[in-house]
Design a protein around this ligand. Structure first.
Ligand code: 5GP
Ligand code: MG
Length: 179
């Protein structure tokens, strides 16, 4: 693939990810201690982040998965979110925390928050590992945020490049060699 001929620049190392998980895990465990936490993980991008963050929680948690898509294989959002797989669960009484890999335009997270609110939960909040606020198209501020990053296309730790490289254990950006 053309990506292999390019330069990979590490944006978030495994150590930095680990530190971030530790901090977020503590904060969420504290904030949801007396609540009824239900994590909704947005596939596919957040599968690794979700698996890691829930193992940092010291409180009981239920986990559900939703598959959303808007990007297809392109790097730009289409502006439309498609729910590929919804959760078939009554959310009454639950404090929902939506976990995603990254907020870019913010359209996906806002759409899913509005969608899940209709299922009657007690609260709905968001947690993302990465945030690109420069690209926002809707008003959205993640409630739990790992790291703010510049407007660059990032890959690894769940994030894909043409559906590959999700398994790379760190986050990187691709630059051309002659830069
Ligand atoms: P948004 O709806 O906020 O524009 O985009 C959210 C989704 O787009 C993310 O969950 C992620 O799947 C994808 N996305 C946004 N930025 C990037 C990026 O830099 N790299 C990759 N691989 N996916 C991204
Ligand atoms: Mg995604």
């Amino acid at each position: 693939m053309d990506i292999e001929k390019k330069v990979w620049e590490v944006l978030l190392s495994e150590e930095e990810i680990s530190e971030t998980l530790k901090r977020l895990g503590k904060q969420i465990s504290k904030d949801y201690e007396t609540k009824k936490l239900l994590v909704v993980s947005l596939l596919k991008g957040s599968f690794i982040f979700t698996a890691d963050i829930v193992r940092r929680l010291s409180i009981p948690v239920r986990i559900e998965f939703m598959t959303t898509s808007s990007y297809g294989d392109s790097e730009e959002t289409s502006g439309r979110v498609k729910i590929v797989t919804d959760i078939n669960k009554d959310l009454t009484g639950y404090d929902v925390l939506i976990v995603d890999d990254i907020t870019d335009s913010g359209i996906t997270m806002k759409f899913v928050m509005d969608h899940l609110r209709k299922k009657n939960p007690k609260s709905v909040k968001s947690c993302v590992l990465l945030d690109k606020p420069d690209r926002r198209k809707v008003v959205l501020k993640p409630d739990y945020l790992g790291v703010t990053i510049p407007d660059k296309f990032v890959v690894g730790y769940g994030l894909n490049y043409g559906e590959y490289y999700r398994n790379i254990p760190y986050v990187f950006v691709v630059t051309s060699k002659d830069r």
